[in-house]
Design a protein around this ligand. Structure first.
Ligand code: AMP
Length: 591
């Protein structure tokens, strides 16, 4: 059998411009690009700089025009609320076009930001695609952030309109989202023109600062709007991710490169064709949800299954397998943490074995290091290959992993990623040697184009240390067969149940407590969440010490960062290990 992977890599290396212009033909353009990329002085590339398109038109209208309007675009299931909804491509296009009309009536124009703070419900997808339809920039924020985190994101992106909802769910527990939003709108310096609230049956409406509109009314009173073609390089969205400081980084993604890269990845990475059923359980506030619950399946003409529930507890560890069986899911994309949780409640994999998973071809996982035992368990439960792949918010799709469509069972670099392993001084290390994984510039289409209003930070963070390369901040190596192995972060970013959390952000909160003299936060292995933060605290000597400082610190982190940070462990020390220059040596903190 010809080696598909080697042939594809050879074609890409031989003529990168021709390779990507060919890939661009999978997308509908108002003005097809003649130039694949234009190199910038910093070594990054502007992709398809002379092309014009609208990604929403490619995700929706295109399929209707092609006669597939009756095909299912989106199936939503919410085990907690009992809700299930089906949307054909025609129906979803109509709703998105009307909501886009509603946003336009509220003054949203090309380039304006629309901040969306919602759980995984169809209205979230509608709001994202409606913003994209207008050439506006969506900023999706995880529903569950406390007010200070929300306010930071409002001020960073100055949205014209905010879209939110009355409640979300953590497991079976309803969480009111409006109190945090009301507080955030109160403390943010920026004042959006309007807030649109989607009223859910389980949630309660409340007063918010500024003009407030009801989602359903905005949609009902509006006229449908056609997609606005924009330059391929126009920003499509901003998605914040943790850096090493408390200040989140707003990763910016474009319309054209993103559309081409995602469409290609469906073929190369997942081996999925139009009409297939794709289910990605990631929250929409995470890059994986953006790429594989929304854009990639819809760009490909697939059915996306959106799930508002947990891997366990809604009601049990069989929920995901039954979801796959009910909808004939062909490809499930979830996280190692979800599989670990399912395994701990169903060690024999009985739930999976009792479901009809005959449509399922593979399960993909990403977001954190996956342990062998969990992957083996999942393969037994699902009866299909479990594929690990490695990626980042910054790259928008997999950098390396199992590429099903190219017959590579284990970690190969995805096409377009010129992956190397660098030593301390920036030299390329030979196979089998561990170092920092880096990508030779230019980055392929679909990767970040900049950090929102922080170009200098972008350069300093990713490009300055190793000229000519993008830093991934992941430690790893390639082996003699070319397989990529990802070990751990090289910076102080933790992965708690797959979510990125800066140690520095937690330290900021701890250090603000009057009884904390010094503190450091480090990640420690955790059976359920992969990693959890542990706070190492040196107490200030005071007259009347707080009796339960641990509880106060845990509560402070929960209030200011959120429960998902998983911060519960505190260790009291007499002093912190420091270098002579005073830097904390995290690796010498107690294990
Ligand atoms: P995020 O931007 O939140 O998706 O986090 C990206 C980080 O998650 C990467 O830099 C890695 O540290 C980690 N990561 C993602 N996928 C994997 C994987 N398959 N194996 C190991 N680590 C991963």
């Amino acid at each position: 059998m010809p080696n598909l992977y080697t042939a594809e890599v050879a074609a890409w290396r031989a003529d990168r411009a021709a390779y990507w212009l060919d890939a661009a033909q999978d997308i509908d353009w108002e003005t097809p690009p003649e130039t694949a990329f234009r190199l910038r002085p910093d070594g990054l590339a502007d992709w398809f700089p002379d092309g014009r398109l609208n990604i929403c038109a490619n995700a929706l209208d295109r399929h209707v025009v092609a006669g597939d309007g009756d095909r299912m675009a989106l199936i939503w299931e919410s085990p907690v609320t009992g809700g299930t909804q089906h949307f054909t491509y025609a129906a979803l296009t109509e709703r998105v076009a009307r909501f886009a009309g509603g946003l336009r009536a509220l003054g949203v124009e090309q380039g304006d930001r629309v901040l969306i703070c919602m759980p995984p419900v169809p209205e979230s997808v509608i709001a994202m695609l409606a913003a994209a339809r207008l050439g506006a920039v969506h900023v999706f924020v995880f529903a569950g952030f406390p007010a200070p985190e929300l306010a930071t994101r409002i001020d960073d992106t100055s949205p014209r309109v905010v879209v939110t909802t009355t409640c979300g769910y953590t497991g079976v527990r309803a969480i009111s989202l409006l109190p945090a939003m009301a507080e955030a709108l109160g403390i943010a310096a920026h004042r959006p023109d309007a807030t649109i609230v989607f009223q859910r049956p389980g949630g309660r409406m409340m007063a918010l600062p500024g003009r407030v509109h009801d989602f359903a009314e905005v949609e009902a009173r509006s006229v449908a709007i056609a997609p606005v073609p924009v330059a391929a390089t126009n920003p499509l969205y901003i998605l914040h991710t943790s850096g090493t400081t408390g200040n989140p980084k707003g990763v910016v993604r474009d319309h054209g490169g993103h559309a081409v890269a995602l469409r290609r990845s469906m073929r190369h990475v997942y081996d999925i064709e139009p009409g297939a059923v794709f289910c990605c359980t990631a929250d929409l506030g995470w890059v994986v949800g953006h790429s594989y619950a929304v854009y990639a399946p819809l760009l490909t003409g697939c059915t996306t299954v959106l799930y508002e529930g947990g891997a366990t507890g809604t009601p049990d560890a069989g929920a995901l397998w039954r979801l796959c069986a009910r909808h004939g899911v062909n490809l499930l994309f979830t996280s190692p943490s979800a599989l670990r949780a399912m395994r701990s409640e169903d060690p024999e994999g009985a739930h999976g074995r009792s479901c009809d998973l005959s449509a399922l071809l593979a399960v993909f996982v990403a977001g954190e290091r996956a342990d062998k035992a969990t992957l083996t368990w999942a393969a037994g439960a699902a009866g299909v290959p479990i594929c690990d792949h490695w990626w980042q918010t910054e790259t928008g799709s997999a950098i390396a992993g199992s590429l099903r469509g190219l017959n590579t069972p284990a970690g190969r670099a995805a096409i377009g990623f010129d992956l190397v392993v660098l030593g301390e001084t920036g030299g390329v290390l030979p196979p089998g040697t561990e170092g920092e994984l880096a990508i030779k510039l230019p980055l392929p289409p679909g990767c970040l184009t900049t950090l929102w209003q922080a170009e200098a930070r972008m350069q300093a963070t990713y490009l300055a240390r190793f000229p000519g390369y993008y830093r991934t901040f992941d430690q790893g190596m390639t082996d003699a067969r070319g397989e990529v192995h990802v070990m751990s972060r090289t910076d102080d970013v933790l992965k708690v149940a797959g979510r990125r959390i800066a140690a520095g952000r937690i330290e900021e909160v701890l250090a603000a407590h009057p009884e904390v003299a010094e503190c450091a936060v480090a990640g420690r292995a955790d059976a359920a969440r992969g990693q959890v933060p542990v706070g190492f605290i040196v107490r200030r000597v005071g007259d009347s010490p707080v009796t339960d400082l641990r509880a106060e610190l845990v509560a402070a982190v929960r209030a200011q960062i959120g429960g998902f940070a998983g911060f519960r462990r505190v260790v009291f020390l007499d002093s912190l290990p420091r270098t002579r220059s005073g830097k904390i040596m995290r690796r010498y903190l107690p294990q």
